[in-house]
Design a protein around this ligand. Structure first.
Ligand SMILES: [Ca+2]
Ligand SMILES: [Ca+2]
Ligand SMILES: [Ca+2]
Length: 376
């Protein structure tokens, strides 16, 4: 009886989740003082077309932009952020983005983070280039959810790419052919194959959208192209702060931000979902297992509601659960009976619902390759 009452009380919260309940909103065009806190080389550039510079196109820079706290210390489960970013004007190597031969060297990238309030990058805002780990930069924060834009290949084709990290751990990566950060809008095509295209100037601001759903799915759209679509990360709701970071090294770029909006939703005790195989737009073995884990946090999942599809076809996974109803870990696992087509994009979609009003759909996007995974 006690448990039933608990579930009903939670259902009221869950109802709010599906409606318009918001924890907070931040919106700014940076044409006026945003009242934000900056660290390292980051700064507000005032004027009618004001913006935030995380770094300018100068070597050995690290900057952080801490968005003012607009959530009043509430745990946040979901958010939607939109902005314009500008990554361009490398002065590295003497060619200023216009020379022949693809020898332009822009670096290193930037990140958007929802980090713990005590994350080193939040607490230690003042560190500059010398403390770039705590500066977030292109690798993100060590806590919370990070979307990392990396423009410099440190080794082995590590970049250019866009990664999602949960608590500093890589959970999804889109490895990109060509320098998408130099291509016109609409031409972003995630592909696993290098080499880089010759880099051409792109002085335009480009739209970036990042969202975390109450079902735990992260969606990233850059230049109007969906790079990640409802990818589960296992991230848990938390009291946090939004922080953006940028970094340059022995090569450089402008890393600028404008027209930032963020809307947040409070914790509704929705389940936490993770994917067994990371969403890897690169080189997943064709014999991979496909799996998801749903961790209940109060409201029970309807086991009958669980549906797994692979490339649009319903499949029959093995479903096991441990723990008491309301706090179960539900593991969904599927091994395709035959190797998947190699060198192709695949999408596994998991649909489920709780016993009240919450319905969810998360996805694992991956590209099969030669049998070597970047990570597990
Ligand atoms: Ca502006
Ligand atoms: Ca990287
Ligand atoms: Ca890199």
């Amino acid at each position: 009886m006690r448990k039933t009452l608990k579930f009903i009380a939670s259902a009221v919260v869950a109802l709010g989740l599906c409606g318009a309940v918001k924890a907070g909103d931040f919106t700014h065009d940076f044409n006026t003082d945003p009242g934000a806190v900056f660290g390292g080389n980051a700064k507000w550039v005032s004027g009618a077309n004001g913006y935030v510079s995380l770094t300018d196109a100068v070597n050995i820079q690290a900057g952080k932009f801490l968005v003012p706290d607009f959530d009043g210390g509430s745990p946040i489960e979901a958010f939607t952020a939109t902005m314009k970013i500008r990554i361009d004007s490398s002065t590295c190597c003497g060619l200023n983005n216009t020379g022949p031969g693809g020898t332009i060297q822009p670096a290193d990238g930037m990140s958007f983070n929802f980090a713990n309030v005590d994350d080193p990058a939040v607490v230690n805002l003042a560190d500059g280039a010398a403390g770039f780990v705590a500066s977030a930069g292109e690798e993100g924060t060590t806590t919370g959810l990070s979307v990392c834009i990396d423009t410099w290949d440190n080794a082995g084709g590590e970049a250019p790419n866009i990664d999602i990290k949960a608590n500093g751990v890589l959970v999804a990566t889109a490895r990109l052919a060509g320098n998408i950060f130099r291509n016109p809008e609409g031409t972003l095509t995630p592909r696993p194959i290098l080499p880089l295209d010759p880099r051409t100037p792109d002085l335009n601001w480009a739209p970036l959208e990042i969202s975390l759903s109450s079902c735990g799915g992260v969606t990233v759209k850059y230049k109007g192209v969906t790079v990640f679509d409802e990818v589960p990360t296992g991230i848990t709701p938390r009291v946090g702060r939004f922080l953006m970071g940028g970094r340059t090294g022995g090569a450089n770029d402008n890393h600028w931000v404008d027209d930032l909006t963020i809307s947040t939703a409070p914790d509704s005790l929705a389940p936490v979902v993770s994917a067994k195989v990371p969403s890897t737009r690169f080189d997943v073995p064709p014999t991979t297992h496909i799996g998801f884990t749903i961790q209940e946090r109060l409201n029970p999942i309807s086991m009958e509601s669980i549906v797994l599809t692979l490339d649009g076809t319903a499949v029959t996974p093995t479903i096991t659960s441990t723990g008491d109803e309301g706090s179960r870990a539900i593991v969904i696992d599927y091994l395709p009976p035959a190797a998947l087509s190699a060198g192709a994009d695949h999408t596994a979609v998991l649909q489920f619902a709780d016993v009240f009003t919450l319905t969810c759909e998360v996805k694992n996007l991956f590209t099969t390759g030669g049998g070597t995974m970047l990570f597990l």
